[in-house]
Ligand binder design. Structure first.
Ligand SMILES: [Zn+2]
Length: 276
């Protein structure tokens, strides 16, 4: 799981996440959830949350008890007015070097490279890009639809099936990244996301980075390999059954040699379709 991942980061990388969290908190009257930091960093909620947990000391940073979401309060900014515009930086938030004014990035290329290389190492052991891929996808589309959505609305804009979308949302609800609400009258489940500003260009550039890690599609590959193994198992069983009915063994072997690879290729290449 990506949850304990931040403890494996260097102080430099952790400092970038902390500084951005602090700046975002400053604009949000001191209160943020990990989702508030997501538009600025191509990371998973688990990594940001872990970094925030490490900042908690009970005085300067507190974890809010009884909140709907995993929420953190930065005491110094409690009385600040809430600002709705996006964070912008004339100096890199990670290392304070001057930045190009026209760039929307909040960290310089050097800080970005440092984070990228550490995240790459972490991807191999924790598989965090697989989480980040759907967390950014859901957060962007949910906020574009007004923060409160049903699973099928998100499945319709994501590469995941409705069943898989529901499972992912349930996982996010358990981690307090979203709030699940059952509307008994209409018999539907709604998901509330923290109110976060997430513009399309921020989302696109984050997704480009996340999808560049091979682990971002790990889940899809694991499912496909499992399906292929199960199908090959069934095929083998069918062949054994046919052998009992006196079908010549070399003929069955030939059949297995043709159908096996063909079936594997079909399963491998089949794209997931969104369930209606
Ligand atoms: Zn920097």
């Amino acid at each position: 799981m990506a949850q304990a991942a931040a403890s494996k980061l260097s102080d430099g990388a952790l400092n970038i996440i902390e500084n951005i969290s602090r700046r975002v908190a400053e604009k949000n009257s001191g209160r943020i959830t990990p989702s508030h930091v997501l538009p600025y960093l191509p990371l998973s909620i688990g990594i940001v949350q872990d970094a925030l947990n490490q900042m908690v000391d009970g005085t300067t940073v507190t974890k809010m008890p009884g909140s709907d979401y995993a929420e953190y309060e930065f005491t110094a900014f409690k009385d600040r007015k809430k600002e709705s515009d996006m964070l912008n930086a004339e100096h890199c938030i990670g290392c304070d070097t001057a930045m190009h004014r026209e760039s929307k990035a909040v960290i310089c290329n050097q800080c970005s490279d440092l984070l990228h290389s550490e995240m790459n190492n972490l991807a191999e052991t924790t598989g965090w890009p697989a989480y980040a891929a759907y967390e950014h996808d859901f957060l962007y589309h949910a906020t574009a639809k007004g923060s409160c959505v049903q699973a099928d609305a998100l499945a319709g804009t994501s590469p995941y099936t409705l069943r898989s979308t529901r499972k992912k949302l349930e996982k996010m609800a358990i981690n307090h990244s979203v709030k699940q609400e059952l509307d008994r009258e209409q018999g539907v489940v709604r998901y509330h996301f923290p109110e976060v500003e997430y513009p399309r260009d921020y989302y696109d550039s984050n997704m480009d980075v996340i999808m560049s890690y091979p682990a971002s599609v790990m889940e899809e590959i694991e499912i496909k390999i499992t399906k292929i193994m199960i199908s090959l198992g069934f095929l083998f069983l069918a062949m054994v059954c046919l052998a009992f009915y006196g079908i010549p063994f070399p003929f069955l072997l030939l059949l297995l040699a043709i159908i096996g690879p063909a079936m594997s290729v079909v399963i491998w290449r089949r794209r997931k379709k969104v369930e209606e």
